[in-house]
Design a protein around this ligand. Structure first.
Ligand code: 2RA
Length: 367
């Protein structure tokens, strides 16, 4: 069956509680959008109409959600008629223009761009950590954090609730799908080019072989690690590193939290990994940390190095939780833990968290 803009969604606040909320997915044809449609099809079906929206270029395509083919509509003011919740996964400038329009038409926007994350009138929400924040949204917009922050923050939120976080030192090992389809295509073609060769044994040989096929990366990513993600900011920091700092502070409600991040791209398709040095107000134990993490919603502990058990992106990809392993108390600091954390950057790092926020908002509407 094919459905399209039905025009049946007439109600606003008055009849919301009596029916399922209507959802728009803006950016439905993108990499995160397609994961989102899969997630919407897997999770409890709380939505009335699901309307799919994209740029005019993609309008008319048919995508499957909840087992039904739905025609993609071009982004316009009218596509928000009757919509209660609008998920946006589009470039920052598109969100900056269109999220306020959707909100003015009465939809609560859940936005996965960086356009509103640090706006004091926009909550930045990870439901396992600060679901309450989604209730206060002066602009009618709730922001979804960046995938790098999201890949670690559920575990850190649980530890913070018990021990009181005072400092984070983070290194990321970021998958190429964080840089979109171009990132994935670039790694796949570079891997094909290096396969079966002796490349990677003399200075610059991989770079010379790749020529100008670096895609969105400043150096070859196959057979390499690249200490860069995002764009250049003051004093040599990258935008990605500042996001880890600013977003962690806002989500945890710790504006003075000391945070240092170094963001690195690695030849992994999907799933970001991070090493985290987390310092707390109180002394920590590994057994205590294991207990906290094992009972935290959305966290899986995988930590038995003797048996070779720790999370790796190749094992974690396609799953929903934040996976934590290599939990150690710092040798020189009884208040600090060392962790290795993995999370699928397209699922919890983007689409899943967006869907979870939207479910919190929908729950309010139907309560
Ligand atoms: C990246 N975190 O991995 C970015 C995507 N939002 O490049």
């Amino acid at each position: 069956m094919t459905t399209s803009f039905s025009g049946t969604a007439t109600g606003r606040v008055g009849d919301r509680a009596a029916r399922k909320p209507h959802l728009a997915v803006v950016g439905a044809t993108g990499a995160v959008g397609s994961v989102l449609l899969g997630i919407l099809s897997e999770r409890a079906d709380i939505w009335g109409e699901i309307r799919l929206v994209a740029s005019a270029r993609s309008a008319g395509r048919k995508l499957t959600v909840r087992g039904e083919e739905v025609e993609v509509l071009a982004l316009s003011e009218e596509v928000f008629d009757g919509i209660d919740v609008a998920m946006f996964d589009v470039p920052d400038e598109v969100s900056a223009q269109w999220a306020p329009i959707a909100a003015a038409k009465g939809a609560v926007v859940v936005d996965n761009s960086a356009a509103f994350r640090l706006d004091p009138d926009v909550p930045l929400v990870v439901p396992e950590v600060n679901a309450h924040a989604a209730r206060v949204r002066p602009r009618g917009i709730v922001a979804n954090p960046n995938c790098t922050t999201l890949s670690m923050i559920v575990a850190l939120g649980a530890l913070h609730a018990e021990y009181g976080l005072s400092e984070l030192i983070v290194s990321s090992y970021q998958a190429v799908s964080g840089a979109g389809k171009d990132g994935v295509d670039t790694l796949r073609s570079q891997l094909a080019a290096v396969s079966g060769t002796e490349l990677g044994t003399t200075p610059g040989d991989v770079r010379r072989a790749m020529g100008d096929t670096l895609g969105p990366f400043p150096a070859p990513v196959a057979l390499n690690v690249v200490p860069w993600a995002g764009s250049l900011r003051e004093d040599g920091w990258s935008s990605e590193e500042l996001k880890v700092r600013d977003e962690s502070r806002k989500i945890l409600g710790l504006p003075g939290l000391r945070v240092t991040a170094t963001c690195v791209r690695v030849p992994v398709i999907t799933t970001h990994s991070l090493t985290v040095h987390a310092r707390f107000e109180n002394e920590v134990t590994v057994a205590g940390a294991h207990e906290i993490l094992a009972s935290a919603p959305g966290v899986v502990v995988c930590d038995d190095p003797e048996a070779g058990e720790f999370p790796t992106p190749a094992d974690v990809v396609g799953t929903d939780p934040t996976w934590v392993g290599r939990v150690r108390r710092s040798l020189d600091d009884p208040r600090a833990l060392e962790l290795f954390v993995c999370g699928d950057n397209l699922r919890k790092g983007a689409a899943l968290n967006t869907a979870q926020i939207a479910e919190v908002v929908a729950g309010e509407m139907t309560a």
